[in-house]
Design a protein around this ligand. Structure first.
Ligand SMILES: Cc1ncc(COP(=O)(O)O)c(C=O)c1O
Length: 462
């Protein structure tokens, strides 16, 4: 059966993402595939929204969750801890490496909640160490840290933020390195721009560092800019600037964490050590809503030896069923070597999924409308332009990326279209983030279909 095209849908009781789109009914998942109710199969080349890392339909993860629900579905963290929370937190700290030895993990129900928790933790740390004047959180333009109001306040995604801006307190933001459209107009892929971008933050902290509690950043930019990899030296220089000014670093690894970029956490690529690390999505790979805030010993000690409690709590902190999913996912990541599988530049030139995706996607650069193919590990983006030489984006109303995604969908491939990378409104790209279990044949097929989908849209004109 060939995949169906969504058409306008009648209104239902379930609040949709968009009232102008008809959504197919998802009915089943297995491996890299999802099926809709009529039986059409889709290769999940975006891991939904960079969520699924271990593949769909793993019955052993489902069983771990069911067993946990049958045994102990819930206990409130104000009354109990659980063996599961203790063990999984220990495993996660060990997974995160030396920098988190002696730290603690605060579990949430997803990325936005984890970011909110991290922002509060950053603020409270400063109060505990006698720096109560520090309440600002510096962030970067064109970043995304979540949909809740605190997370939105430190995000830069114009489309997602503008309507709610009057409702939030905003703080200063700095530019985000975007090598394809470098703010410094360099012509060498930002070979020497890392320091310049970092200097912008250092200068800001020089002016207002005493008011600043923390700096939040995505090591590799997620959906908003589309897998923009920072130039060499940038993350180290921003970390050093923060340390000099007593400002905590919060690495938002909601999208990049848990192996997605070919390292356990993306910060490892640049050997930087954040004070707080936030992760979600891949942590339970979509099997349960789960997020986590990893805090270093320095941060935890300040609270433990100070007031003694984080002034923050969520009913569903450390929910046992979600943790059972996360723990089973982590076991699978380890057992099957999925972090290595995601590595797009493995030692010895191994043909990992990451390396195969990288190689196949480069072929798309031949298309007249493809301006840039960028990313690392299993987190990639394809940016479309109306003219390659000038990098002129398509007019936003042409919805170029969304049309390519619809054409790919018809061909049985799921991708994640976004708009706004060029200036917040215009600029079309696709985010690609398949599960790490994807085979070489599946990658070649998916990229072939995507290539044909791009041709379809190029041929159809504006
Ligand atoms: C980097 C980053 N931070 C935070 C979030 C928010 O996570 P969630 O949608 O799970 O609340 C996202 C979601 O896409 C993200 O990519």
């Amino acid at each position: 059966m060939s995949p169906s095209t969504p058409t306008a849908a009648p209104r239902t009781a379930n609040f949709p993402r968009s009232f102008s789109k008809a959504y197919p009914v998802a009915s089943r998942g297995e491996g890299v595939y999802l099926w809709d109710a009529p039986g059409n199969r889709y290769l999940d080349f975006s891991g939904s929204a960079a969520v699924n890392f271990v593949g769909h339909g793993d019955a052993s993860i489902g069983r771990a969750m069911a067993e946990q629900a049958a045994h102990l579905e819930f206990a409130h963290t104000s009354q109990f801890t659980t063996a599961l929370a203790e063990e999984f937190a220990r495993e996660l700290l060990e997974f995160a490496g030396e920098g988190f030895r002696g730290g603690c993990v605060f579990f949430t129900c997803g990325g936005s909640e984890a970011v909110e928790s991290a922002l509060k933790l950053g603020r409270q740390y400063q109060v505990e160490v006698g720096e109560a004047g520090r309440s600002a959180i510096v962030s970067r333009r064109q970043a995304y840290h979540g949909a809740t109001l605190g997370a939105l306040a430190v995000s830069g995604n114009k489309r997602r933020r503008e309507m709610y801006l009057p409702m939030v307190r905003t703080f200063e933001q700095v530019a985000i390195p975007y090598r394809y459209r470098c703010a410094y107009d360099c012509a060498d892929g930002c070979a020497a721009c890392g320091e310049r971008y970092a200097d912008e933050l250092a200068a800001l902290l020089g002016r207002s560092g005493k008011d600043t509690a923390a700096f939040i950043f995505e090591p590799v930019s997620g959906a908003t800019l589309g897998a923009a990899v920072p130039p060499a030296g940038y993350l180290k220089a921003v970390s050093d600037a923060c340390a000099r000014h007593g400002v905590l670093t919060i690495a938002d690894e909601v999208m990049t964490g848990m192996g997605r970029t070919g390292r356990k956490f993306a910060v490892e690529h640049w050997d930087v050590h954040p004070d707080i690390l936030v992760t979600a999505k891949g942590i339970a790979s979509g099997y349960a809503p789960l997020g986590a805030v990893l805090a270093t010993k320095k941060v935890v000690d300040a609270l433990a030896r100070g007031s003694g409690a984080l002034v923050h709590g969520l009913t569903y902190n450390a929910h046992p069923v979600a943790l059972a999913a996360g723990r089973a996912v982590l076991a699978r990541i380890r057992k099957e070597g999925l972090v290595h599988a995601a590595d797009s530049a493995p030692a010895g030139g191994a043909r990992t999924a990451g390396a195969n995706v990288k190689r196949e996607l480069q072929r798309l650069a031949e298309h007249a409308s493809v301006g840039d193919v960028r990313g690392m590990g299993l987190l990639w983006a394809v940016e479309f332009v109306a003219e390659k030489k000038t990098k002129q984006p398509f007019p936003a109303e042409q919805q170029f990326a969304a049309r390519v995604a619809a054409a790919a969908f018809k061909r049985g491939v799921l991708v994640y279209p976004m708009q706004g990378c060029a200036d917040g409104i215009a600029g079309d790209h696709l985010l690609l983030a398949p599960p790490a279990i994807i085979s070489g044949e599946q990658i070649a097929w998916a990229v072939g279909q995507l290539s044909d989908a791009i041709k379809d849209v190029e041929a159809s004109g504006a």
